[in-house]
Every structure is written in structure tokens, then in C-alpha cells.
Design a protein around this ligand. Structure first.
Ligand SMILES: Cc1cc2nc3c(=O)[nH]c(=O)nc-3n(C[C@H](O)[C@H](O)[C@H](O)COP(=O)(O)OP(=O)(O)OC[C@H]3O[C@@H](n4cnc5c(N)ncnc54)[C@H](O)[C@@H]3O)c2cc1C
Length: 485
């Protein structure tokens, strides 16, 4: 957002970034220091600018010249990239277009007399003509089960991404990882890195592991993507048309009936079969659907979206959010060695004991409970799904009625531009958001390929509203900043 504003605004214009960590461009995803935590998108697709997906790749090659387009590089490099891009753009912005950074936490946001006032935890405040809540991901929420004193103890680790999170886990300790997705994989890699040799149990409702990217998949999926998208969309359109005809027959009026999630699944399966028969890989079909995900999500009623979340979400996540090949090999090795054990089921309760934690769980499809004894429990459920419940600022704003959760309760209700809606459904002219808080409304909104498009569109919308309509953009020269921050 800041890069786009700084590149397009007409002076005088000031962008103020208020960031509680004091670090720019990091957030939950890119603040890791572990070289084993890799991006799950190939380098050639992670450019921060919508018109230049390879911008990150070129930046990388200044320091790591051998980086290939399909490489999955350490995530901390992406944090460095975002920061260097921002500083670079700020340094070359026209006179009177400025960037200011304020290392502080925003605790409340109010609209007053056509301006926004942001109160800071430190006691100060920032006033602005508009504010964008780019608050990103919230840390995982605790499981809502009896915790028997666990959550307050040192045996529980609520957010595996904190740098100190796993330091109390001894080399031979047994660990329960709750969740079997990419956060669990990150945690397994962190434990390996610190020399852990004990058993790691990983548990989720379905016990599904993320699939693995195929080496060379970037080239293959690019070759496949155009016909794939066209065919999937054509089939969906036909499905919508068929349903519309049925709707006309029912009451004599035309009610465009939205797509059913079951139809989407059926079409996807057909498309996967067609693709694999033609020698392509199912991954190419999943990737081909990505640009159509947001329009597709809009055609699902809230009921259909809930049906997706209840029945298909876990399956979608493991196919869509895949592991880099090298990580997939590590995970497979750990499973073969018996060090990583997968469980499908639900935790019923925890109980803190002198020597560890007793975990009662109900295996999937069985009535009888099982008991597991481990020394540590790590919450690997990933960023909290219902962000308005987990994020203190959003909690406060929802409670005050200034913003409203989306109908699924996953994020915030917004209009098409990302303007925040209040409880009466009125879109604010001053408050906006993008990225993870729009998950309930867009579904595919948390990763860079989507966020970079939203950021550009919102920046242009905002500048227009503020009467400082986009001027010719400052051209991007790929100077890059030195890495010795
Ligand atoms: C572990 C992990 C790995 C990921 N890997 C990838 C990947 O490989 N590729 C990809 O495309 N996407 C990935 N993602 C998706 C990721 O969500 C986005 O890429 C991106 O980081 C989201 O950016 P953001 O700026 O919206 O949010 P964030 O990066 O979460 O940043 C939000 C920032 O807001 C700050 N903040 C929040 N509240 C306040 C407040 N009240 N006051 C002041 N500051 C505040 C936070 O400190 C944080 O720095 C990953 C996500 C996670 C969690």
C-alpha cells in the first residue's frame, strides 16, 4: 500500500506507517529468521508489484545470482525485499511526498470531523485524512477445550512463530503439534534445526498433510494455465446458466441462482481428470483456478460458503497451500523414521501433569477416546480464522460498532474497494482494509499475488477520493538497497 501511494501521489502527501513491531515488511510470515522456513510460492511469482511478478526474482539475483524462477527461497529474504523496496521508493519519491514510520501499536481508530484519529498504546496519536488497516494475520487462538492449566504453563506454545517459542523444548521431549498444515511443517523444521530428536505427534480433524509442489511445476503450470482457466470458467458458466433456467421455471421470474459448491467440486474433478489424461498434473488445475477464485467466491451464497468451509476447506487447503519439494522430502523422512506421527481426530481435553501433559483425543470415526502423554503442546492451527475475535484493535472497533464482521465472521465487512462497513451497512469514506481481514468476503486474499493487486487498486481509489489523483508513477529502477540494513 505504502509503495503504491508513494509512487503515485501528488505532493504534498505524507504516508505514515504505524507498526507495533518496529520492523517494516515482516509481519507473521516474513519475520522468521530460520533459513528452513521457505516461501510456498516460487520466487518468480512473488514480485510486490502487480505489473511485474518477477521483480522479487531480479532483486534476489543481485545477491543470490543462481536463484532460479521456480526456487522456493527463505521467507526472511522476502521481508528484506519488501523493506528495501519501500525505502527505495520513499527515497526516490518527488519532493513533498514523504514516508514516516511510527513504531507503536494502534489501540483505537475513530472518525472525527472528516478525519481519522488513531490512538497509540504509548499515549500519543496520529491524525490522517484516511487510514488503511493493513493489520494482516492474527496469532492462533487457543483450542476451546478444557485445558487443565496447560495454557498458562510453559509446556504450551501458542504461537510457534515467536523467536523464543520453542526454546524450552528439550532435545528428547515429545511434542504434540495441533494442526497438520504449513504452520505444523514450519514448527517441525524449527525443532529439527534446534537439534530436537524426540517424537512429534501432529493432529488435525482430517490428519491431512499439505501436498508437495513438483520440481519444475512453475513452467508446467504456466504452460497449462490458459486453457485450464477457460475450461473451468466455461463449465461453471454453463452450470450457472442451467441453474438460472431452473429458477425461471420455479416462479416465473428470473432469479440468478448462484453456483453450488458441489458443482464446483464436480467440475474441478472432471478438469483434473482431463488434465492428467493429457499428461498434466492436478496442481496445474488448482493453480489455474486461482485467478477465478474471487469471482467464484462471490457467486456462492453465505450458506454455500459455509458448506465449503465445513466440508471442503481442509481438502482445499492441502491442495492449494503446498510444501516446497525440499521440505516435502524432510517431512517424508521424519515420518519414515517414526519421528513425525500423524493423527486424525479432535482434542477433547488437556491436563497438566508433573512430567508433562495428558491429552485426551477422539480419533476420527471412532467413539472411544485415546490418551497421549507429551511434554509440550504447540498450537500450529495457523493464523486465527476469526480475526475480529483475535485482534485487540478490531475487537475494540467491532464492540464500538465502527466496523462490522463479515457474514461468515472471518474478517471485516467491506465494499468492493475495501472500505470498511459499519453495523448499519454504511461504507466508510475514511477507513479501508486489504489482505487477510477480507478473507470472508474474498477467500483468496492472504497471499502476495492477490495482495499486490488489491494494494494497487486501493491506492488508486484512495488517491482519487483524497483529490490527489494518481499522477504518472515514479518508474521502478531496480537499484535495490544494500542488504546490510
Ligand atoms: C507463516 C506464514 C507464511 C506465509 N507464506 C507466504 C508465502 O510464502 N507466500 C505468500 O504469498 N503468502 C504467504 N503468507 C501469506 C501472508 O499472509 C501474506 O504474504 C502477507 O504477509 C500478509 O501481509 P499483510 O501486510 O497484510 O499482513 P502482515 O504481514 O501480517 O502484517 C501486518 C502488520 O500489522 C502489524 N499490526 C497489526 N495490528 C497492529 C496495531 N494495532 N498497531 C500497529 N501495528 C499492527 C503487525 O505487527 C504486522 O507487522 C504466509 C502467511 C503466514 C502466516
Amino acid at each position: 500500500m505504502a509503495v503504491n501511494l508513494l509512487r503515485s501521489a501528488r505532493a504534498p502527501f505524507r504516508v505514515v506507517i504505524v507498526e507495533r513491531s518496529g520492523l517494516l515488511g515482516r509481519g507473521l510470515a516474513y519475520s522468521t529468521r530460520s533459513p528452513r522456513h521457505l516461501l510456498n510460492v516460487p520466487a518468480a511469482r512473488m514480485g510486490a508489484l502487480p505489473e511485474d511478478a518477477e521483480h522479487f526474482l531480479r532483486w534476489l539475483r543481485k545477491t543470490w545470482p543462481d536463484t532460479a524462477p521456480g526456487d522456493f527461497v527463505p521467507r526472511d529474504r522476502y521481508g528484506l525485499y519488501l523493506e528495501s523496496l519501500l525505502r527505495d521508493v520513499a527515497a526516490r519519491a518527488p519532493a513533498g511526498v514523504q514516508l514516516e514510520t511510527v513504531p507503536a501499536e494502534v489501540v483505537s481508530v475513530q472518525e472525527e470531523g472528516g478525519r481519522v484519529r488513531l490512538a497509540l498504546a504509548s499515549g500519543g496519536w496520529v491524525e490522517a485524512r484516511a487510514a488503511v488497516l493493513a493489520v494482516g494475520n492474527a496469532v492462533p487462538a487457543d483450542l476451546r477445550v478444557p485445558d487443565g492449566g496447560l495454557y498458562a504453563s510453559e509446556r504450551y506454545h501458542r504461537s510457534p512463530w515467536a523467536s523464543w517459542a520453542l526454546r524450552d523444548v528439550g532435545p528428547r521431549d515429545s511434542v504434540l503439534l495441533i494442526g497438520t498444515g504449513l504452520t505444523m511443517v514450519d514448527t517441525v523444521l524449527s525443532l529439527e534445526e534446534q537439534g530436537h530428536q524426540g517424537v512429534m505427534h501432529a493432529l488435525s480433524r482430517h490428519g491431512l498433510l499439505p501436498h508437495v509442489h513438483r520440481a519444475g511445476a512453475l513452467e508446467r503450470s504456466m504452460a497449462y494455465s490458459s486453457p485450464g482457466i477457460r475450461d473451468v470458467l466455461r463449465a461453471l458458466r454453463q452450470e450457472v446458466m442451467r441453474e438460472c433456467e431452473e429458477a425461471v421455471g420455479a416462479d416465473g421470474h428470473l432469479h440468478p441462482i448462484p453456483v453450488r459448491i458441489r458443482a464446483v467440486l464436480r467440475i474441478m474433478r472432471q478438469e483434473v481428470k482431463r488434465a492428467t489424461d493429457a499428461g498434466a498434473d492436478w496442481r496445474a488445475v488448482v493453480d489455474a483456478l486461482r485467478p477465478a477464485t474471487v469471482p467464484l467466491w462471490h457467486r456462492l451464497t453465505p450458506g454455500e460458503r459455509r458448506r465449503f468451509l465445513r466440508h471442503l476447506r481442509s481438502h482445499w487447503e492441502v491442495h492449494r497451500h503446498r510444501m516446497a519439494p525440499a521440505i516435502g522430502e524432510t517431512v517424508e523422512r521424519l515420518r519414515r523414521e517414526g519421528r513425525l506421527v500423524l493423527h486424525a481426530g479432535r482434542v477433547r481435553s488437556f491436563r497438566l501433569e508433573d512430567s508433562g501433559v495428558e491429552v485426551r483425543l477422539r480419533p476420527r470415526g471412532r467413539e472411544a477416546e485415546e490418551v497421549l502423554h507429551v511434554q509440550h503442546v504447540v498450537n500450529c492451527t495457523g493464523p486465527e480464522g476469526a480475526i475480529t475475535r483475535a485482534h485487540p484493535l478490531l475487537q475494540e472497533m467491532v464492540a464500538a460498532g465502527r466496523v462490522c464482521p463479515d457474514v461468515l465472521g472471518m474478517g471485516l465487512a467491506t465494499d468492493a474497494h475495501g472500505a470498511l462497513m459499519d453495523l448499519s451497512g454504511h461504507a466508510s469514506g475514511l477507513l479501508f482494509t486489504l489482505g487477510p481481514p477480507r478473507r470472508g468476503e474474498l477467500w483468496e486474499t492472504t497471499a502476495v499475488p492477490e495482495i499486490r493487486v488489491q494494494a494497487r487498486a486501493l491506492a488508486e481509489h484512495l488517491l482519487q477520493r483524497l483529490g490527489t489523483a494518481p499522477v504518472t508513477r515514479v518508474p521502478m529502477v531496480h537499484t535495490g538497497l544494500p542488504l546490510d540494513r
